[in-house]
Design a protein around this ligand. Structure first.
Ligand code: HEM
Ligand code: HEM
Length: 192
């Protein structure tokens, strides 16, 4: 139930996947909203703090997710009609999503610590700045952060559309097994 099997994702992978998907879309919306605020808006500081706090928490969750993926089996692609090219494309898309998430969060950390100040995560843990910094760090990492955020959202939207295509058009259990731990092959909605 907790761990993945050859055919299905376990509870931990499913929970981490959806927790992160919802948080990433929310952080994207919050990010676009907060950069439009001015110093005189009531939410100017609060929205940035919330973005940074959730972002850093998500970074820890991402590290746990990567460890969990490495020590677990990854279920095989459930679409039996998938070509070798499609299987490779899905594999590289997942890898790209992990890489984008990691660099996006690291770039956020580098923007927030460019002035040498630590990030106080929910007032509980203080994450210090790196002992070294570089010229225009805030602007450069800010631009990288913005580009990566859009890239991640576009790629994950394509990824979500692919999952919906598998569900509604190919009618296999690709999406169901990322929603339900009990979705083994026997519960597949595949009618073939
Ligand atoms: C997956 C997680 C994240 C997403 C989707 C995300 C998304 C965004 C977006 C869309 C913006 C607005 C960019 C713009 O239009 O200029 C933004 C800005 C920002 N983000 Fe993130 N972010 C994430 C994680 C983080 C993390 C972990 C931190 C740092 C702790 C962070 C710190 C910042 C800061 C400081 C800004 C303001 C940049 C500026 O003023 O130009 N973000 N983020
Ligand atoms: C920011 C949003 C998202 C990110 C970053 C993301 C990322 C990922 C990653 C990295 C995997 C591979 C899991 C692994 O094997 O380690 C995955 C799998 C999956 N995701 Fe997402 N995802 C997102 C949103 C969504 C949405 C909205 C849907 C559905 C509408 C979805 C459906 C799936 C499905 C069905 C799988 C399993 C694919 C398979 O078995 O081959 N994801 N996702």
């Amino acid at each position: 139930m907790l761990k993945n099997t050859e055919d299905s994702y376990g509870l931990v992978a499913i929970a981490l996947h959806w927790l992160m998907a919802i948080s990433i879309f929310s952080l994207f919306g919050l990010g676009l909203y907060m950069v439009e605020l001015t110093y005189y808006d009531a939410w100017y500081k609060g929205s940035l703090d919330l973005h940074k706090n959730i972002g850093m928490t998500l970074f820890v969750v991402l590290m746990l997710r990567i460890v969990w993926r490495v020590i677990n089996i990854t279920p095989k692609i459930s679409d039996e009609s998938a070509s070798k090219v499609e299987i490779k494309a899905a594999h590289y898309a997942h890898l790209a999503l992990y890489v984008l998430m990691t660099i996006l969060m690291l770039s956020g950390y580098l923007i927030s610590t460019a002035d040498g100040r630590a990030i106080d995560v929910f007032g509980l843990i203080s994450i210090p700045a790196l002992p070294i910094s570089f010229a225009n760090q805030e602007d450069i990492t800010g631009n990288i952060h913005e580009i990566l955020a859009w890239t991640l959202i576009l790629l994950s939207s394509g990824h979500a559309m692919a999952a919906l295509k598998h569900h509604f058009i190919n009618k296999n259990n690709t999406l169901v097994r990322m929603l339900n731990v009990l979705a083994t092959k026997s519960l597949s909605i595949n009618t073939k």
